[in-house]
Design a protein around this ligand. Structure first.
Ligand code: GLN
Length: 449
């Protein structure tokens, strides 16, 4: 992969930090020495994995693509990193992203935008853009992203790779720098379904260090479960979310319908309706911004963040200077709106109403999942836009998240499956299922592979 990185990295810019190759050699040498008798049992021995730069890596700079954390080197590993290293996986670098995972194109990165490997004039999606491009361009076979409202599935779709947002609570968030804690999940990205399932095997599981981690029985083998279903071919009940097809650009709609036809030749399909797309977006962004404004309060230059000269400055002045210099425009906007939403006079009008809507949406889906095993839609309603195009139209960019945010609001697992190309640009199909139904999503993906 280092050969590929040498060839393409300058053009694509997937990474913020690349592990020096000597470090990798030393690491693997040590692995062999310390595991003499069991390296063949390590699930990821020597496999290079790219990690989104909001996942803490001990001794490796972790920036969240923000000036605020430009020189931050975490003193500990996220649980997912521990798990990957316990299986012999090799962290080959930290990938570019939207600053603090706020965005859909990887353009809000404080350092540079990442480019779509299929067309360098287009965005790769986001916020886990660098993880997706690393896989799509051959810089890494596996990657981790994080998904609060689509940030794994959106770039997976725009770059033509597989991306899975697991059930909320299945993968530990310990060591993930928080954006909106009630929706954040770490998940795997890969070039094929088996790899995706294998990486999920390594990172899933209960972790007492994450209070929302779900103590389910250990030992689900997602590769096993996937192939059991794949060979048995059980018939599923598939719901087609009508509004999400109708709301998509024509080439996307057509490609997604073609994929649905393939599925429906084997499974039982019918239309379902989700008639409130605007409310879905509104409640997602209200909740995300409210939680972000609270989570990002810790970047004050004392606990975390850039260090400034404090001479003769009051706390307020110092706090303001650190945050003015450290945060980019999109992050500042969301903190401001989030604080407003949570303020005494407006809390009930915005935040509490958004929570109520979230509850109703969850109840709606509890009903849907009584009659359906899985629901499908295009992952993104649009093709990858041109670099810069979205910057001029923030509302349009928020609205494009409507298909993906649903899964985060209700805590369900969701996958993006690459299905087709239009004018050389990839298109993805999204499938959402009941909590802890990851095997069903992998099965559907495998059928379309
Ligand atoms: N585009 C969405 C947002 O900006 C999703 C981001 C994410 O999943 N991290 O909030």
């Amino acid at each position: 992969v280092y050969e590929v990185i040498k060839k393409v990295e300058d053009k694509i810019k997937s990474f913020i930090t690349i592990t020096p190759i000597e470090t990798v050699y030393n690491y693997v040498d040590n692995l062999i020495k310390s595991n003499k008798h069991r390296i063949d049992r390590l699930k990821l021995f020597g496999v290079p994995i790219a990690i989104k730069d909001n996942i803490s890596t001990k001794g490796i700079r972790t920036t969240c693509a923000s000036k605020m954390l430009e020189n931050y080197v975490p003193p500990y590993n996220a649980t997912v990193i521990e798990k990957i290293m316990n299986e012999g996986g090799v962290i080959i670098g930290k990938t570019n992203m939207d600053e603090f995972a706020m965005g859909s194109t990887t353009e809000t990165s404080a350092f540079y935008p990442t480019k779509n490997p299929w067309d360098l004039t287009k965005v790769p999606g986001g916020s886990s853009g660098g993880s997706a491009t690393a896989i799509a361009s051959g810089e890494a076979p596996l990657a981790l992203g994080s998904d609060t409202g689509g940030s794994i599935r959106n770039p997976a779709s725009f770059c033509g790779v597989y991306g899975l947002k697991p059930t909320y609570g299945l993968v530990s968030r310990y060591g993930l720098i928080a954006y909106a804690s009630s929706m954040d999940q770490i998940g795997p990205m890969a070039r094929n379904v088996t790899d995706l399932a294998m990486l999920l095997n390594v990172i899933a599981g209960y972790d007492p260090r994450d209070s929302t981690s779900v103590p389910i029985k250990q030992g689900v083998d997602y590769v096993d479960e996937l192939y059991k279903l794949y060979y048995k071919e059980p018939k599923l009940r598939i719901g087609i979310i009508k509004e999400f097809f109708d709301g998509s650009e024509e080439p996307v709609r057509k490609a997604a319908l073609k994929a649905v036809d393939v599925l429906c030749s084997h499974h039982k399909c019918s239309d379902i309706s989700l008639p409130f797309p605007r409310q879905i977006i509104a409640s997602y962004y209200i909740i995300a911004m409210a939680e972000a404004s609270s989570n990002l309060a810790r970047f004050d230059g004392v606990r975390y963040g850039i260090k400034i000269n404090l001479d003769n400055k009051s706390w307020d002045e110092a706090f303001a200077e650190v945050r003015t210099r450290g945060f980019g425009y999109e992050v500042k906007k969301r903190i401001a709106v989030g604080a407003y939403i949570l303020s005494a006079g407006y809390r009930d009008m915005y935040y509490i109403r958004a929570l109520k809507f979230r509850r109703l949406l969850k109840e709606k889906f509890d009903q849907i999942f009584k009659s359906f095993d899985v629901v499908v839609s295009p992952t993104m309603p649009i093709l990858p836009p041109k670099l810069g195009e979205f910057f001029e139209d923030p509302i349009r960019i928020y609205l494009a998240d409507v298909n993906t945010v649903v899964a985060n609001l209700i805590g369900s697992p969701a996958i993006s499956i690459p299905i087709d190309f239009y004018n050389g640009l990839p298109i993805g199909l999204q499938a959402i299922a009941k909590q802890f139904s990851e095997p069903i999503l992998l099965y559907i993906a495998k059928q379309l592979e």
